[in-house]
Write a protein that binds this ligand. Structure first.
Ligand code: ATP
Ligand code: MG
Length: 216
């Protein structure tokens, strides 16, 4: 593979994009467009052979798995749901940190309960695995957002969601009840790029690794 094969990096807008920018800058990669103001989904960079793909956070592993992008940056929450098929996960960037938690009304677990607890979540796989490991029979209800609403209107007893400050829960009268796991964003690489663009990918990962380890 020649040194100037292109490198395509899949990212999501918002917190991951904002937090990855200084890390990419350390690798001398500067996007030439701002995804918040540009409608472009393929962002060129100062390096003619490096492009950024702007995709939904939960779609990043899919783009990388199928080789549409060589490398991606995705939250551990998203990787746990995707399952990681076809992907290496060589580096924890320590950005976009939060916790995957069980939450609900303060008495949600204390209240006597008839039948299975209902759990509303976008994180079906992680929730299933968590409750199964504890031998708790629950009914999982898949939602795509605004999970905090579910306990307030009797759709579910509990939710499984990401918690950073806890302010969104608090604003809806909910409390964090159990920690499932800590979450941060990771670099992922598909197996083909790992093999065929190894030096290119390793150079990037090494710079990112040095930058995050001196930051913290
Ligand atoms: P979309 O907004 O497209 O539905 P999303 O909500 O997953 O997707 P973001 O809100 O940008 O997208 O979150 C991207 C990643 O950032 C998540 O996968 C998670 O790893 C992390 N994240 C999400 N919420 C928080 C939070 N409150 N604090 C810190 N990190 C978070
Ligand atoms: Mg979001």
């Amino acid at each position: 593979m020649s040194a100037n094969a292109t490198l395509t990096i899949a990212l999501s807008k918002g917190r991951i994009f904002e937090q990855i920018l200084p890390l990419l800058a350390a690798a001398d990669i500067y996007p030439l467009d701002n995804p918040d103001t540009s409608r472009k989904l393929i962002l060129p960079t100062n390096q003619a052979d490096v492009n950024l793909l702007i995709v939904r956070a939960s779609d990043v592993p899919t783009y990388v798995q199928y080789g549409a992008a060589d490398v991606g940056v995705a939250g551990k929450d998203v990787l746990l749901e995707h399952g990681g098929v076809g992907l290496y996960e060589p580096l924890d960037l320590g950005i976009a940190r939060c916790r995957l938690m069980v939450a609900g009304q303060p008495d949600a677990l204390a209240a006597a309960h008839i039948g299975r607890l209902r759990v509303a979540t976008k994180y079906v796989r992680s929730a299933e695995r968590y409750f199964a490991a504890r031998g708790q029979q629950v009914e999982i209800i898949k939602l795509y957002g605004s999970m905090e609403l579910a306990p307030l209107v009797g759709l579910a007893d509990l939710i499984v969601d990401l918690v950073e400050s806890g302010n969104t829960l608090k604003a809806n009268g909910l409390v964090p009840l159990e920690l499932i796991c800590h979450i941060s964003s990771r670099v992922i690489v598909n197996k083909a790029a790992w093999k065929m663009k190894h030096n290119r990918v390793m150079d990037l990962i090494n710079i990112l690794r040095q930058t995050v380890s001196t930051d913290s």
